[in-house]
Design a protein around this ligand. Structure first.
Ligand code: PGA
Length: 261
């Protein structure tokens, strides 16, 4: 899908508190995102803002994403939004399985159903996986393998084109660049995730999936994470609420050489 571009995703979480502020932030990012041709920027605001923000930009360099979808298309599911509904209002991406949702009770099984529903509707899926802490025996690798395998149960080879795996170690979320993972560690995780995808599918299909990093990605560490870490992009939380800082990350990503596939 975007193999010749870096993917920089803004996860606004439960912010900002008004549509007016959301528009201001979006417009502030749009100025740079519409010019950074080597970057696919994806803004994931609270879903209630999606339709209005979609009216503010019509190009391809900046796309919108939801922070969650439900697995059923319609019916008696109070409070839920289906992947089809999200797609219908012009949204192209959806974050699924974020650790903050898992902490609220989302299980691997629910994440799997959401991934399948999202792929079926034609959305690009940003699937979050990440360990709570690292142990010296590296058991966290089994945990990650399990999270990834269960999330993808029933997904086909061809779906990998629409899959972005976001590796987000929970211990590195919401901190600052100094506490984030080292580029060396992200590189290891990149290889590890590619290996699991290759085992589940095959090398060619695995190459079609993108792998991005999230957890205190900031202007200060973005370059290292993308170059030495070899990540295909970044999932940015708190720094995406500051248009100036987020735009710095976009510019850094735009200046990176892209890997040939
Ligand atoms: P952070 O959040 O950049 O604030 O660490 C990332 C995320 O939770 O997706």
């Amino acid at each position: 899908m975007h193999k010749n571009k870096k993917i920089i995703v803004a996860n606004w979480k439960l912010n900002p508190t008004t549509l007016k502020e959301a528009k201001k932030l979006f417009i502030g990012v749009k100025k740079v995102a519409s010019k950074t041709e080597k970057v696919q920027t994806v803004i994931c605001p609270p879903s209630v803002y999606l339709s209005e923000l979609n009216k503010l930009y019509s190009g391809h360099r900046l796309a919108l994403g939801a922070q969650n979808v439900f697995w059923e298309s319609r019916g008696s599911y109070t409070g839920e939004l289906s992947a089809e509904m999200i797609k219908d209002v012009g949204v192209k991406y959806a974050i699924i399985g974020h650790s903050e949702r898992r902490a609220l009770g989302e299980t691997n099984e629910m994440v799997n159903k959401k991934v399948i529903a999202g792929l079926k509707s034609g959305l690009n899926i940003i699937l979050c996986i990440g360990e709570n802490k690292r142990d010296s025996r590296a058991l966290y690798l089994n945990f990650l393998k399990e999270e990834l395998e269960s999330a993808l149960q029933g997904a086909q080879k061809r779906n990998l084109r629409n899959l972005i795996v976001a590796y987000e170690p929970i211990w590195a979320i919401g901190k600052n660049a100094d506490d984030a993972i080292s580029p060396h560690q992200t590189h290891e995780m990149y290889i590890f995730i590619k290996k699991i995808l290759t085992e589940l599918y095959d090398k060619k299909s695995a190459a079609n999936a993108s792998i991005i990093y999230g957890g205190s990605a900031e202007p200060d560490n973005a370059e290292k994470l993308l170059t030495y870490g070899e990540m295909d992009g970044l999932l940015v939380g708190h720094m995406s609420l500051d248009a100036g800082k987020f735009n710095e990350i976009l510019k850094i990503a735009n200046a990176r050489k892209v890997k040939s596939v």
